[in-house]
Design a protein around this ligand. Structure first.
Ligand SMILES: [Zn+2]
Ligand SMILES: [Zn+2]
Length: 123
């Protein structure tokens, strides 16, 4: 029956997302559910539903959509040599607050540079 299959797939995806406590992409979820016969289109559809229901939040990360369960501030460091992305957290933006005519509720920070990986520091 199509309905119960859908329900089963949703339960599997829900469990996978439950295990994640940082940002994730549709591909991350797909990697963990593909062996159970769930396609990428199903993952995208499910994440869209979750987002519309306000159960997950989405951000633009390197022109890609990423998600989190709790509303987070998206702080992002990208290595210019390899394109590798690291996410980090900032507790307070007090140093910016004084320049803003209002109250900060969430923010996105995009930082670029060269990461500490050995291959990125050889010349
Ligand atoms: Zn990011
Ligand atoms: Zn690097």
């Amino acid at each position: 029956m199509a309905t119960s299959r859908k329900t089963r797939q949703k339960t599997i995806m829900e469990k996978e997302i439950d295990k994640i406590d940082t940002f994730f992409s549709a591909e991350d979820v797909y990697e963990n559910v593909r062996n159970q016969g769930i396609g990428i289109a199903t993952v995208y559809r499910y994440l869209n539903e979750m987002k519309k229901a306000g159960k997950i939040h989405s951000y633009l990360c390197n022109r890609k959509q990423i998600y989190s369960k709790e509303e987070k501030s998206h702080c992002h460091f990208e290595c210019e040599k390899t394109g590798k992305v690291f996410h980090f957290e900032i507790d307070s933006l007090d140093f910016i607050q004084s320049k803003i005519p209002g109250k900060i509720t969430s923010f996105q920070i995009e930082v670029k540079g060269v990461c500490n990986d050995q291959i990125c520091n050889e010349h």
